[in-house]
Design a protein around this ligand. Sequence first.
Ligand SMILES: NC(=O)C1=CN([C@@H]2O[C@H](COP(=O)(O)OP(=O)(O)OC[C@H]3O[C@@H](n4cnc5c(N)ncnc54)[C@H](OP(=O)(O)O)[C@@H]3O)[C@@H](O)[C@H]2O)C=CC1
Ligand SMILES: O=C(O)[C@@H]1CCC=N1
Length: 275
Amino acid sequence: MKTQKIGFIGGGNMASSLISGLIASGHEPGNIWVSDINAEQLKSLAERLKVNTTASNDTVVNQTDVVVLAVKPQTLRDVALQVAPAIQQRKSLVVSIAAGISERSLSAWLGAETAIVRCMPNTPALVLTGATALHANDKVNAEQRNTAENILRSVGIALWVKEEKELDAVTAVSGSGPAYYFLLMEAMEQAAVELGLTEDTARLLVLQTALGAAKIALESSESPELLRKRVTSPGGTTQRAIETFQQGGFSELVSKALHAARDRSIEMSNQPEFN
Ligand SMILES: NC(=O)C1=CN([C@@H]2O[C@H](COP(=O)(O)OP(=O)(O)OC[C@H]3O[C@@H](n4cnc5c(N)ncnc54)[C@H](OP(=O)(O)O)[C@@H]3O)[C@@H](O)[C@H]2O)C=CC1
Ligand SMILES: O=C(O)[C@@H]1CCC=N1
């Protein structure tokens, strides 16, 4: 499996996280091809990760078996139309990571017979802790499903959703999710400094606490709610903080934010300039 030739069209933030993760998990850099319009981006990828780079998207298709489309959603249409002939000729498996671009649009651009897996990864793939949900169109065979799943599973967990539309919710939860935790880290760090800690101490305590909480929650069979209650001694400090969060509408705000992200994903799928 790790000898699979994998191509990336677009070598930006998400592609470089995936590529770094693939290499860290044992994929040969020589089997990875990346194209980008940004020469600096390619130079950095070639220097850091020793992957093959090219300015030509067609070269990526022609050198590989699986092509990951990793450009911004608003650029995808042009890129897909441009590489469609090469993809059809090679019968490449296409994996799109773009938010809010439907399999229907991808098929229209790439050809009705093209095997397409649409997925939503996240940047922790960089440290092999990614979370990806996948959905395949009806041209994808069992072997191709395994190929796509194995690529994403080598950088974290990978699961299939039954309905393509579930990817809008996945995007709101785990695709965008790392940013929500970073926002909480930023806010906690700022508050810790206001409370008199140095910036270094504040950051270290905040990050180690985030890691510890995530590890306990993943390794324990107990719910986050129960784990939270175990930290919250009656009448103590945590209770005061949790009450403050709740009085400020914390859960409602989180729900509102995730609904907004989900709605934006749906809106992007219906936007004529993206589709
Ligand atoms: N960032 C994230 O956390 C996640 C992103 N995604 C999805 O991944 C995709 C990429 O996002 P992200 O990595 O953040 O975006 P980036 O902008 O970082 O990466 C896209 C790259 O593609 C390049 N590019 C633009 N046009 C072309 C072209 N015609 N041919 C080849 N390369 C081109 C861009 O160059 P230039 O900058 O010069 O335009 C850029 O380097 C998006 O569709 C997004 O929805 C999915 C999950 C998570
Ligand atoms: O913000 C975005 O649109 C992309 C998709 C999920 C994470 N980043």
